[in-house]
Design a protein around this ligand. Structure first.
Ligand code: FAD
Length: 379
């Protein structure tokens, strides 16, 4: 059995199988390289709240066979201690992704899994019952082939075997938008962010946003980016409510009262927002900064309250550093063990499948679940 890709899903597959003759091929010089960068180097292994609503498609029947608790039990048996944080995210006790990769490496060594590092898979083909894998260094033949190359590495392989799939598009990423230079690098917390896709899909989340020179970033933005990715069109709108716990009416009253502070308008928001953000709100409402707060008319106070509750940005594309890809081989093309329905003995696990989840450990959980299911199906 050959596993293409020694990432999270490929390694789990190798560990779960009872097959004696297992070979992983990967272009990196070490298995699980991506695991090392997950969760900001801490590896958010899974989440106790794993359920269908966190994914683009239903994976319930797979999660029933290998849940987040099964993941932690599996790793605990390999010697990894872990804990849940207050939001249900699981991390290694060491708070280091290296611990996860270390226990995986130890277990692969004990199982005598052969690992071919630094080989770039270039082409796949089929000769009779055998799958042929051509890399930049070797050619391999096997009866059972697992494709676990993740989202970005998958297209060439799928094309070479003539497998249909939804093209891969970055997801869980920052978004390109026109952000005024003045607020670049300003961070706001506990804001409510609503994304409106150009197809009318709407999704909201509360959390932190980081304004960047060319766009918007932060976990909330990453999570909302998936609605654009899943529509395969990065156009739409992001609206930020900077004070979601205050109604617009109440905010109007508060701001009207603040007029009494009798400050230059450019200091009107001191004590509520960082100055740069206050200036941006004034700019959006076309309020000249060379006045005093007392001179603000009710209509101006009203438009300031509106701008605070409705800071809008047109989405112009996806930004950098995507955590996953949306797209891949549809689960409907695969059987219950993630074997291709038309091509026997060809299996898929991880991000190469058209499954993408929110931030919070859900994507790694899919990698563990799918890797385990494929591994245990192959003997
Ligand atoms: C910065 C970052 C942070 C993340 N944080 C989290 C997190 O905290 N929690 C979470 O749940 N998810 C997180 N994710 C997502 C998670 O890492 C992925 O969903 C998961 O790693 C997918 O596993 P996989 O096995 O499908 O693919 P991968 O882990 O990408 O593994 C694929 C492997 O295939 C190899 N490969 C690909 N193409 C070829 C080729 N042509 N030839 C040879 N080898 C090839 C690659 O080298 C790689 O080792 C994060 C992702 C990123 C980028």
């Amino acid at each position: 059995m050959i596993i293409l890709g020694g990432g999270a899903s490929g390694c789990m597959c190798a560990l779960a199988t009872e097959c004696k003759d297992v070979c992983i091929i990967d272009r990196q010089n070490k298995i699980g390289k991506k695991i090392l960068v997950t969760g900001n180097g801490r590896c958010n292994i899974t989440n106790r709240n794993c359920s269908d609503d966190k994914y683009n498609t239903s994976i319930e029947k797979y999660l029933e066979r290998f849940s987040s608790f099964d993941t932690l039990r599996f790793f605990s048996n390999l010697g990894l201690e872990s804990f849940f944080d207050s939001e249900g995210r699981a991390y290694p006790l060491s708070n280091s992704a290296k611990s996860v990769v270390n226990v995986i490496e130890n277990a692969l060594t004990k199982k005598h899994v052969c690992i071919r590092h630094e080989e770039e898979i270039q082409e796949l083909s089929k000769q009779g019952q055998l799958y042929i894998v051509r890399t930049d260094k070797n050619e391999y033949a096997c009866e059972k082939l697992v494709i676990a190359t993740g989202g970005s590495g998958g297209e060439v392989m799928l094309n070479s075997l003539g497998i249909s799939f939804l093209p891969f598009i970055p997801s869980l990423c920052s978004l390109k938008a026109d952000v005024a230079r003045g607020i670049a690098n300003v961070r706001v917390s506990d804001v409510k962010v609503t994304a409106f896709s150009s197809h009318g899909v709407k999704k909201s989340e509360v959390g932190e946003v980081l304004f960047r020179e060319n766009g918007l970033s932060g976990i909330v933005i990453f999570n909302l980016s998936c609605i654009f990715a899943r529509e395969r069109l990065f156009h739409g709108e992001i609206v930020i409510d900077l004070l979601p716990n205050v109604s617009e009416k109440h905010l109007f009253e508060k701001l009207a009262f603040r007029r009494k502070l009798d400050l230059p308008v450019n200091k009107f928001f001191d004590g509520i927002f960082v100055r740069e953000l206050g200036w941006e709100i004034l700019r959006r409402c076309k309020i000249n900064e060379n006045r005093t707060s007392e001179q603000l008319a009710d209509t101006e106070i009203s438009s300031l309250a509106k701008a605070i509750k409705h800071l809008d940005f047109a989405v112009k594309g996806y930004g950098e550093n995507n955590q996953v890809c949306s797209g891949g081989v549809k689960l409907s093309e695969l059987d219950e063990n993630l074997q291709h329905k038309q091509m026997k003995n060809l299996y898929f696990c991880g991000e190469i499948c058209d499954v993408d989840g929110e931030c919070g450990g859900y994507n790694l959980q899919w990698a563990w679940t799918s890797g385990y299911i494929v591994g245990s199906a192959i003997r």
